[in-house]
Design a protein around this ligand. Sequence first.
Ligand SMILES: Cc1cc2nc3c(=O)[nH]c(=O)nc-3n(C[C@H](O)[C@H](O)[C@H](O)COP(=O)(O)O)c2cc1C
Length: 176
Amino acid sequence: MNEECITALLSRRSVRKFKDESVPETDLERILEAGFSAPSAGNRQPWRVVVVRNEGTRNRLSRAAYDQEFIAEAPVVLVVCAVPSESAERYRERGRTLYVLQDTAALTENILLAAHIIGYGACWIGAFDEDLARSVVSVPDDMRPVAIIPIGKPSRPAPGRRSRRALSEVVVWESF
Ligand SMILES: Cc1cc2nc3c(=O)[nH]c(=O)nc-3n(C[C@H](O)[C@H](O)[C@H](O)COP(=O)(O)O)c2cc1C
């Protein structure tokens, strides 16, 4: 491990403007491989990712996300789905309501970071009509779409870093 990894974490930004340039299969596979290396409770990997390149489907996903139009402008849009039953099998209620969401959040963050590291921009989209998104890509009833991720080459330099709370505000030493 080296300082470059930290630099990658610090320089990632949500990207909402994309070039009209496709993402080659090899790059996409690399991003997905890194994504799926995320930790998950008991290594259950209770997740599926739908890869969408079709323009009509991207448009429908954009509409499902309350018309966040930049989603359709990305050449690839991923829909991250949680599979609560696979986590509940071992962890019952805690698996169904907590771990599965933590697992898919870790997957989503890994995807954002991997995309950034190999020169793409991406954005975590959580604001969408779940039923609509579900119907657009036919998510089975026992799964839940939890994040949409548009990915593409950024069409302009990365926006400046969004501010973060000071450590002193969010770190608690030893105990509250
Ligand atoms: C759970 C979650 C939901 C989000 N939903 C949206 C969204 O619907 N649309 C959007 O443009 N950005 C969305 N974002 C991105 C955040 O706005 C962004 O990460 C935050 O403003 C910090 O900016 P940065 O990612 O550039 O550091 C979401 C992020 C998270 C973690």
